[in-house]
Design a binder for this molecule. Structure first.
Ligand SMILES: Cc1cc2nc3c(=O)[nH]c(=O)nc-3n(C[C@H](O)[C@H](O)[C@H](O)COP(=O)(O)O)c2cc1C
Length: 181
């Protein structure tokens, strides 16, 4: 049996799932065996040697499924390399202030898990389709953000480049495990 990498994702509107699929595809192209699952469906991590977790920021916080995944799997995650990505900024790839704010939200949530030492940590631009927002995001969009324009600033080149570098980072953990089986 070969050791595998788990790509776990959380999503509300699908854009993070698409990024997780692109990350998984790139890791596979680089020779890794990859399972991809919504985080809330993952029960045990025994079979995987490394974990990639991706989730969006919503209303100032990383997705609750991602935070609860970290709490639930502390022991297993402490024993494996863990890479993390988040989707957040939606205004522009160059709006430095927005990127810094989103990154601070992510860092603040991850600070609740001081045992976590990510092997890689990245923030990507996200996507908004205001017509598809459901409660409570539709209310947040109207009342707090005062309307959010449609946007999709996901940078697929940057996403694949990150995943490609990540494959090299995770390779030693996966190879070592394969030598043992
Ligand atoms: C109502 C609403 C609130 C959001 N709040 C934040 C936020 O506080 N911080 C952030 O970085 N991004 C925020 N975003 C942007 C989302 O992270 C982005 O749209 C992401 O791509 C959504 O992922 P999903 O399609 O996988 O659900 C918000 C988006 C919406 C629609």
């Amino acid at each position: 049996m070969s050791a595998s990498v788990l790509v776990g994702y959380a999503t509300r509107y699908g854009s993070t799932q698409e990024v997780a699929e692109a990350v998984a595809a790139t890791l596979r192209e680089r020779g890794l065996i990859v399972d991809i699952w919504p985080m809330r469906k993952v029960r045990i991590l025994d079979q995987c040697r490394a974990v990639v977790l991706g989730a969006p920021l919503f209303m100032f916080h990383w997705h609750k499924d991602a935070l609860s995944f970290l709490s639930r799997h502390r022991e297993a995650l402490s024993a494996r390399p863990v890479a993390i990505f988040a989707l957040g900024p939606t205004k522009s790839p160059t709006d430095e202030k927005e990127w810094q704010t989103c990154r601070a939200q992510l860092d603040q949530d991850l600070a609740q898990f001081p045992w976590l030492r990510p092997a890689a940590l990245e923030l990507f631009g996200g996507k908004i389709d205001p017509a598809k927002l459901r409660f409570p995001e539709n209310l947040f969009s109207k009342q707090i953000a005062k309307g959010m324009p449609a946007s999709d600033i996901r940078d697929w080149t940057a996403i694949r480049a990150w995943a490609s570098t990540l494959a090299a980072t995770l390779q030693p953990a996966v190879s070592q495990a394969n030598e043992l089986v």
